[in-house]
Design a protein around this ligand. Structure first.
Ligand code: SF4
Length: 500
């Protein structure tokens, strides 16, 4: 923060640099805020320019410009894709799921296993389309683009790609698209810099009645297997006033379920003087008129507080589901992963959670085959799954991510051994999931109807507070509404039910 006379001076400089006459300078307390706002306004101008370019493109091809955004990976990426679709729709593109569109954007993920290979494989397919329609545009963004070796490979072997940008400059999407349409060379704009959060990009939501809300970006935890802190940057939280304002806008627009998103929501607010805690943010969010259900993801066990458990337990709107990744049931492996908790610490949390909310569904992430892991370690993970009695778990075989400390560690187990251990862990996960659904059969719950069932149009699919899916008789008019249902039949991981 600067002293007042400097602020005035810098505000003036920033204003003339961006040439905005309509900025209300009295709203700002420092030049950083003004610069961010100015960037948003600049991007609005760029969206207008993009609209012109899209129209021009349509005139040349003889049809309105179409765009397809393909998301790889996590909820954060899905949210970024919604923002990109929002920008494209605002600029007049027709949005489609079909990759034969004029513009295809791959929003890539690099967190898990062979994600990079999948993207490179699919690029070959896009290249074939581009050969028969050379005006086609291909853009790549997301975590994978933060890796310098990936950029080198695309430059040398996939030169048909038109635009590459990283995770930190998504807010410049309209400007980057303009540069792409105006250039016949590959546009590359990837920054290592990651400390800016820009508000107010347009968003198109996949579902009109539910939406993700980013509350923070990046991660400071540096788990040794994970690339996120390197590609998404250091942890930084949005201001609660901005978040709550966004939720109010969403509620006014018909959204009743929100999911607060961050790599580690439990450390929300760290580094912002006077900011409210995550549990308080949840509590403020659920008080907003029109909001009926609040979810959040993801929680790091080391930061899960008693305050959060209390707020969850006393709330009727916060979902009865907690995703609490443990990753391994062995203290030695947790240490090698730099997870900063022990199995005993985790079990204390589970006990507190179960005592406060006996109906809470708990899910987790598990990694089998971490470099230092022995068969005995993996069997401890299998045992822990049963001890916790998870409702479900994302279970992965470890795959190294270039640039992480774990990628340089020597493997202890052979691939066959890892597969055997993985199968053992998975068997226990499936058994626990079946037990959990068996226990819930015959109970009642409130389901938010999300869509018509894929296989039977006489059924709708709803999501319960505990995140289980239930299919029951219904029609399109029920989509977006909450229905009380009884779970009549258990299908292992989901239910059939009836309205009561
Ligand atoms: S908490 Fe660990 S696993 Fe999760 S995003 Fe951060 S570094 Fe990656």
């Amino acid at each position: 923060m600067e002293n007042n006379s400097n602020i005035k001076q810098n505000k003036g400089d920033a204003a003339s640099a961006f040439s905005f006459r309509d900025v209300d300078y009295s709203k700002y307390t420092c030049t950083e805020e003004l610069a961010v706002e100015a960037e948003v306004l600049l991007q609005k101008q760029e969206t207008d320019r993009l609209r012109e370019l899209a129209l021009d493109y349509g005139r040349q091809t003889g049809h309105p410009a179409t765009a397809c955004v393909v998301t790889f990976g996590c909820q954060m990426n899905a949210r970024d894709s919604e923002k990109m679709i929002g920008v494209l729709a605002a600029a007049g593109f027709e949005i489609t799921d079909d990759e034969s569109a004029d513009l295809v954007v791959y929003n890539t993920c690099t967190v898990r296993d062979n994600a990079n290979q999948r993207v490179f494989g699919r690029l070959g397919h896009l290249n074939a389309m581009k050969k028969s329609f050379p005006m086609k545009k291909i853009a790549l963004c997301g975590c994978m683009m933060q890796e310098p070796e990936v950029i080198d490979k695309i430059r040398s072997s996939y030169s048909f790609v038109d635009l590459i940008f990283g995770t930190h400059n998504l807010y410049k999407f309209p400007e980057l698209l303009c540069r792409m349409f105006e250039s016949d060379k590959m546009v590359v704009d990837v920054w290592a810099k990651s400390d800016e959060i820009v508000e107010e990009l347009p968003v198109v939501r996949k579902y009109p009645f539910k939406s993700g809300v980013n509350i923070m970006f990046g991660c400071d935890n540096f788990c040794t297997y994970c690339i996120v802190p390197y590609v998404r940057g250091r942890e930084r939280s949005r201001r609660s006033t901005e978040i709550l304002e966004e939720i109010r806008r969403l509620a006014a627009d018909g959204v009743s379920e929100i999911m607060l998103l961050g790599q580690n929501v439990n450390s929300y607010g760290n580094g912002i003087d006077g900011e409210i805690s995550f549990p308080k943010l949840l509590h403020e969010a659920e008080k907003i008129d029109g909001i009926e259900r609040v979810r959040f993801m993801t929680s790091h066990p080391k930061d899960l507080s008693d305050e959060l458990i209390d707020v969850m337990a006393t709330s009727e709107k916060i979902a009865r589901h907690l995703h609490l990744p443990i990753q391994s049931g062995s203290d030695a492996v947790l240490k090698a992963m730099n997870r900063k908790y022990t199995v005993a610490d985790y079990m204390v949390l589970i006990e507190k959670l179960r005592r406060a909310m006996p109906d809470l569904a708990i899910t987790t992430d598990l990694i089998v085959g971490f470099p230092t892991e022995t068969r005995e370690d993996a069997m401890q993970t299998a045992k822990l799954v049963k001890e916790v009695g998870y409702d479900n778990a994302f279970t992965f075989i470890y795959s190294p991510r270039t640039g992480t400390p774990a990628a340089k560690m020597d493997m202890t187990m052979k691939p066959e051994e890892i597969t055997e251990c993985f199968n053992e862990v998975l068997k226990n996960v499936q058994e626990c999931a079946r037990n959990a659904t068996k226990m819930l059969t015959g109970t009642e719950g409130i389901a938010l109807v999300e869509e018509i069932n894929d296989h039977d149009p006489k059924l709708v699919t709803g999501r319960l507070s505990n995140n289980y899916l239930v299919h029951f008789p219904g029609d399109r008019s029920m989509i977006g509404t909450y229905r009380k249902v009884r779970l009549t039949e258990n299908k292992g991981f989901y239910f059939y039910g009836e309205i009561i």
